[in-house]
Ligand binder design. Structure first.
Ligand code: MRU
Length: 357
C-alpha cells in the first residue's frame, strides 16, 4: 500500500496530511507544524476517521512539546487536542498515551519521546488494520464459498473506514483490500453518507486501488438489503463500549436494523484503540453535533471545474447536524478486532482481551 494520508517528517518538526476537505476533487497536502494547525485540521476534518485523528493528535502533542515541555503546557496542549472532536475514543486514548510517555521523562526529552510514541501508535495502527483485514478476509472467503463462488461477494459500507481514515488498509475496508490482494472477487456498495458525504471519499480510495464499487444514496441501501443484493455489511467504529455497542457515523444504526430484518450479516471492524473499556454500554457515548452549514450546503465542482458550495434550502432554516449514532450490540453479527472476530458482547470482547477483565 503506497499512499498514506499522513506523513511524519523525519526531524520530528511537522506532519503532512492529505486534506480530506479537498478530496475527491483536489489532492492537496498540508504541512502542520504547530499545535494550533493540528487542532484545526482535526476540528475541520482535514483529517478524519477515528484511527487517523488519534494518530494526528499524538503527533500534534509531540509538536507542541517542542515549544514548551513543562507539565502545564503538556496539560494545556492535551486539553486543546481532546476538545477537537468528542466521539472517537482514539483521540483521547492517543493523547493520554503520549502524555503518559512524555511525563515519565525529563523535560528535555519529552518532545523526542512523545514523537516516538506517536510513531509507535501509527505502527500499531497499521498492524491492527492489517490483522483486521486478515480476519475479515476469512469471513468474505466463507461467504464466497457458501454462495458457490460464482460471483463477487457484495459488501455494503457506510461512511469512510478505509485507508483515508487510518494509515494503510483502514478498518472496515481492510477485508476488502485483503480480498482484492488475494484475488477474491468483491464489490462494494458505498453509502453516500450525508451530510459530509464521506462515501465519495470511500469511492475515491476504492477507485485508487481498483476495487469495483458503486455509490448509493443513504436511503437506497435498505432497498439493496431487502432485495438480496448485499452479502455482508462492514462498518467502522468511533467508539465501542464494553458490551459491544458500536458508535459510528450517523445512519449506521438504520443500516443495522435493515440488515437484521433482511437477514444479512452485519459486522463492525473494531481496533482495540476504538474500545472504551470504561463504558458499560453505548448510552453515555458523547455524540458530536456539528455546524448547520454541513447540512444546508453541499460542496462540489461547478461548471468551471472549481470546488464551490451550494445552498440547498432557504437561508435560516433550523437544522440539527448529528454526527454519530449507537448501534446496540444485539444488531451486530460480530466485531472484527485485530485479535480475531468477537461476539458483540462483553464476554466476547473479554475472551479476546482478557487483560481488560
Ligand atoms: O466524522 P468522521 O468522518 O471522522 O467519521 C468517521 C467514521 O464514522 C468512521 O466510520 C469511523 O471513524 C471508523 S474509521 C476507520
Amino acid at each position: 500500500m503506497a499512499v498514506r494520508p499522513l506523513v511524519a517528517s523525519p526531524d520530528g518538526s511537522a506532519i503532512s496530511i492529505l486534506d480530506q476537505t479537498r478530496l475527491p476533487h483536489e489532492e492537496e497536502w498540508r504541512r502542520l507544524d504547530s499545535l494550533e494547525a493540528v487542532a484545526t485540521a482535526i476540528r475541520t476534518m482535514q483529517v478524519r476517521g477515528a484511527p487517523l485523528i488519534g494518530i494526528t493528535a499524538a503527533y500534534g502533542l509531540a509538536i507542541a512539546l517542542r515549544i514548551d515541555a513543562s507539565d502545564q503546557a503538556l496539560g494545556e496542549a492535551a486539553a486543546v487536542l481532546r476538545a477537537t472532536r468528542p466521539t472517537a475514543i482514539n483521540l483521547r486514548w492517543a493523547v493520554e498515551r503520549v502524555s503518559g510517555a512524555a511525563r515519565a521523562v525529563p523535560r528535555a526529552d519529552r518532545a523526542r519521546i512523545a514523537w516516538a510514541e506517536a510513531g509507535a501508535i501509527a505502527a500499531e495502527d497499521i498492524a491492527a488494520c492489517r490483522a483486521i483485514g486478515d480476519h475479515g478476509l476469512g469471513l468474505l472467503r466463507r461467504l464466497h464459498q457458501a454462495q458457490g463462488g460464482g460471483r463477487p461477494v457484495r459488501v455494503l459500507t457506510h461512511c469512510n473506514a478505509g485507508w483515508l481514515a487510518a494509515l494503510e488498509y483502514g478498518t472496515a475496508l481492510a477485508p476488502v483490500y485483503r480480498a482484492a490482494e488475494e484475488g477474491l472477487p468483491v464489490e462494494v456498495w458505498v453509502d453516500e453518507t450525508r451530510p459530509r458525504n464521506q462515501g465519495w471519499l470511500t469511492a475515491w480510495e476504492l477507485g485508487q486501488r481498483g476495487v469495483p464499487h458503486a455509490v448509493v444514496t443513504d436511503n437506497a441501501s435498505g432497498h439493496l438489503l431487502q432485495r438480496g443484493e448485499v452479502d455482508i455489511v462492514l462498518v467502522g467504529t468511533d467508539r465501542t463500549a464494553r458490551n459491544g455497542d458500536v458508535c459510528n457515523k450517523v445512519g449506521t444504526w438504520l443500516k443495522a436494523l435493515a440488515a437484521d430484518e433482511a437477514g444479512v450479516p452485519f459486522y463492525a471492524a473494531v481496533p482495540s484503540s476504538s474500545i472504551d473499556w470504561s463504558l458499560a454500554d453505548g448510552r453515555a457515548i458523547p455524540i458530536e453535533e456539528r455546524e448547520s452549514g454541513e447540512v444546508t450546503h453541499v460542496h462540489g465542482l461547478d461548471g468551471t471545474g472549481r470546488v464551490t458550495a451550494v445552498a440547498l434550502g432557504p437561508a435560516g432554516t433550523p437544522v440539527r447536524n448529528i454526527g454519530f449514532d449507537v448501534t446496540p450490540a444485539r444488531y451486530l453479527t460480530g466485531l472484527i478486532t485485530e485479535r480475531g472476530v468477537a461476539a458483540a458482547s462483553e464476554a466476547g470482547l473479554l475472551a479476546l482481551f482478557p487483560e481488560q477483565r
